[in-house]
Design a protein around this ligand. Sequence first.
Ligand SMILES: Cc1ncc(COP(=O)(O)O)c(C=O)c1O
Length: 359
Amino acid sequence: MSRVYNFSAGPAALPFEVLDRIKGDLFDWQGTGMSVMEVSHRGKEFVQLAARAEKNLRDLLSIPDNYSVLFLQGGATMQMAMVPLNLTAPGDTADYVVTGSWGKKAASEAAKFCNVRLAADASNSGFTHIPDESDWTRSDIAAYLHYTPNETIAGVEFDYIPGGDAPLVADMSSNILSQPIDVSRFGVIYAGAQKNIGPAGLTLVIVKNELLDRARPNNPHLMTWKSYAESDSMTNTPPTFAWYVADLVFRWLQEQGGVQAMSEINDRKSGKLYSAIDASEFYSNPVAADCRSRMNVPFLLANAELDARFLEESHAAGLTNLKGHRSVGGMRASIYNAVSEEAVDALIGFMDEFARKYA
Ligand SMILES: Cc1ncc(COP(=O)(O)O)c(C=O)c1O
């Protein structure tokens, strides 16, 4: 068996221990004589798994009791439509803070359903900073304020939770479970699973119960958070395999010491990678120091003509998926929870060697 160091932005690396457990479970899960993919989601074993996954997630993030935890499908992108469909009536206003491509996409999707105002927009700077919160222009009548705590493409992450009276809606796809968060400050948190939670196909929504009654009455059933909240997320057949893996990932996180321990490891991993980039004249990162992402580290080579060679040689050295998003170019190392410190050390070692060879 040969495993690589995988820096993919998503679907992303999963913990080895989780993959190993899946392998062991595959043909006979919990003595059922079947894989978890072959059992009914309404059977005793799966219902127990679902309840355990929810409980463990609640413990990991200290989710208050007045919040529902929903396990659904459609990815974070479907939530970009579900958010306005569940929180506004036609003609209502919603504020969006755009600090990267995903926030921009969320705003344009919501504009199909409600009146979207950009309270702040960092697109002019090429998404390299977060506009000062005191400069945001918020609407007094906004049904909610949407932002993206971590922009996966630009590598821009908030190190604080915005204030204000409107319910806060956060697309936490790429930094959920990377650090402790005060869930009570949010109205809604959503996240596609394929970075820090498990495989693609599962989407998490954490929603304050008092917001569940704002959904448009003619929403499709599957586009209504309340339907999931009232059916333990069994509104229809859920993504059972992805849910099973998420349960294993939550248990793995607990074994690592929870999100506080992960946060310390993530600080160390990203800190040493940014230090290596900043110390070199060969590599650079354009993002303002106070909002650099701890999960996605984009970097440019001084000579873009060497990009293809960097990718080729890093791949040959067992370091994969380092190509930056096409909209920013260069490289990007996504270093989610399951990417070990050893992988980051190997990347730094490779970068150093490559710079010495070609500078
Ligand atoms: C912050 C953020 N939001 C949304 C998405 C889109 O997620 P999905 O493909 O699950 O719809 C991504 C995807 O990679 C992301 O990083």
